[in-house]
Design a binder for this molecule. Structure first.
Ligand code: UDP
Ligand code: MG
Length: 313
């Protein structure tokens, strides 16, 4: 019998779990051709999430869990899950029911047809501000224009992955992770399904504009070095323009004389070039920072407790 794993990263989800659990087990129990397990990754929650997951596991051994030693962020929590799931395929979903379990049957159907990555695309981005939508569009444009693989828009982590994909993802062990890009990077046979993403059933989103902005920088710096190239090209263009300017002023001063003017031009140019240099330095710094973090070669997460270890005691 094939085994289906469901991976759920959970951070402070004590209010969502009681709603999620019955829906999920109800659905999975309706299948008798699959074995299944649900793996919760407790990402260092500060509320009762871990206790609740422990209790679920005590009742039903198909509910398993890994608890990280602190909050490592969803990306790293997912990697912990990849390492831990045992199924022939895995469905990744959020704990807050924003990814409806009712999509799972369709994903499984496509999986049976041989697709290795069935991802759910959001029909719309819901009630987000226009600024957020605009930034997200800009972000995808940059990634899309500068990488070799297609980066899918409006696609989150909600998807079904075949064992092949899980094993592939386990090999990408960088600490600063942008998993959405990795799904595209690994390739394999993909299939899209469309769904409407609802609002959180309980609790608050753990993301704010700033953390999303950081994730976007993460995405860009971990998948493309195009900004570095951009910095050098921009440097050349500015240098060329400055040279033309120089010739112009030289000729003007030598042949026509020059009463002291152009203070404004000077200040503008100095400020402009200064800020461009700072930006380029910043871009360089982003990459050097990543190199620094990755060369430390630390494990991407630390495990605090697992169901297996808990059962043994
Ligand atoms: N999450 C996590 N670690 C974190 C933040 C979030 O494991 O540091 C989990 C969270 O419990 C949820 C999923 O990631 O299951 C998505 O989080 P959230 O609902 O806050 O994000 P949004 O739906 O707003 O994108
Ligand atoms: Mg959510």
């Amino acid at each position: 019998m094939k085994k289906v794993s469901i991976l759920i990263p959970a951070y402070n989800e004590e209010r969502s779990l009681p709603l999620l659990y019955p829906e999920l087990t109800g659905l999975m129990n309706s299948y008798n051709k699959y074995e299944w397990e649900v793996v919760f990754v407790d990402d260092g929650s500060r509320d009762r999430t871990l206790e609740m997951v422990r209790a679920l596991h005590a009742d039903d051994k198909r509910i398993r869990y890994v608890s990280l030693s602190r909050n490592f962020g969803k990306e790293n929590a997912m990697l912990a899950g990849f390492d831990y799931v045992t199924g022939d395929c895995m469905v990744i979903m959020d704990a807050d029911l924003q990814d409806p379990p009712s999509m799972i049957p369709q994903m499984l159907e496509y999986w049976e047809q041989g697709y290795q990555d069935v991802y759910a695309k959001r029909a719309d981005r819901g009630k987000e501000s226009w600024l957020r939508k605009w930034f997200s569009l800009l972000f995808y444009r940059i990634l899309d224009a500068t990488t070799r693989f297609e980066v899918l828009q409006n696609v989150g982590d909600f998807r079904l992955l075949d064992r092949r994909c899980i094993d592939a993802l386990k090999e990408l062990r960088e600490c600063e992770r942008y998993t959405k890009g990795m799904f595209c990077w690994i390739g394999y046979k993909k299939k899209e399904i469309v769904f409407n993403r609802g609002d959180r059933v309980a609790g608050n989103s753990n993301w704010n504009f700033f953390s999303l902005f950081n994730l976007a920088i993460e995405g860009i710096t971990s998948f493309t070095t195009a900004p570095l190239r951009f910095a050098s090209i921009f440097g050349f263009v500015i240098a060329f323009i400055s040279f033309c300017f120089l010739l112009y002023y030289l000729v003007k001063t030598l042949f026509y004389g020059d009463p002291v003017q152009g203070f404004t031009t000077l200040v503008v140019i100095i400020l402009f070039l200064g800020s461009i240099q700072l930006i380029c330095l910043g871009i360089l710094g982003e990459y050097i920072g990543r190199i620094f973090n990755e060369t430390k070669n630390r494990p991407p997460y630390m495990v605090g407790e697992t169901d297996e270890a808990h059962d043994k005691n």
